[in-house]
Design a protein around this ligand. Sequence first.
Ligand code: FMN
Length: 202
Amino acid sequence: MNITVINGTEKYGVTYRLKEMFLTAFKDNANITEYYLPKDCPNFCNGCISCITKGENTCKDAEYIGKIDKSLLDADLVVMTSPAYVFHSTGAMKAFLDHFAYRWLSHRPASEMFEKRAVIITQCLGAGAKSAAKDIKHSLSWWGVSKIGIFTGALMSDIVWENQTVEIIDDKSNPNGYLYNKSTLLRSVAFVKMSVSCNELL
Ligand SMILES: Cc1cc2nc3c(=O)[nH]c(=O)nc-3n(C[C@H](O)[C@H](O)[C@H](O)COP(=O)(O)O)c2cc1C
């Protein structure tokens, strides 16, 4: 299976680590292509609407968008991640989503999107991960993706990953493994739920 990952941050931080945990189950069986924002889509949409009226290949950023678009169309599973920045996805993610306005059902939908599954992973320090996930879900839904799994978490503790108390328990009797977190049980439970439902994709 093909997995395309759009990382809403270039930072090797908490979001990156959660995404890596999620992808672990797929690493041996899938072709995983990752894009990091803003590096792989570095510019803002300037609103010329050429993508909608003339075609996405006329976008000033077509060199970036064309490659990612093909990868998204080829994917069986799309994974999109972002930390919460002021209660929303990162600006880099928003700039990316703006570039794909032409893909909305109201403009030029692609039938390839309709059978795809997507997973959104967002997290924050205290509050805002849900609204960050909503930013991404809104676009995925309007691209026509119908099966979207969402993980949102709040650290509720230290901002630095190394100081977190999350551990993956390597339990051989449970091939999926599971997360154990002494300080934020709810987050663990949510992550386990996501892992279980996403393992159905394997
Ligand atoms: C610009 C900025 C805005 C942020 N806004 C929020 C916020 O609204 N709510 C929150 O709980 N945390 C907020 N945070 C904290 C991050 O969401 C949190 O530290 C997250 O774990 C960072 O993920 P990362 O390590 O993947 O970058 C913000 C951080 C930054 C840099």
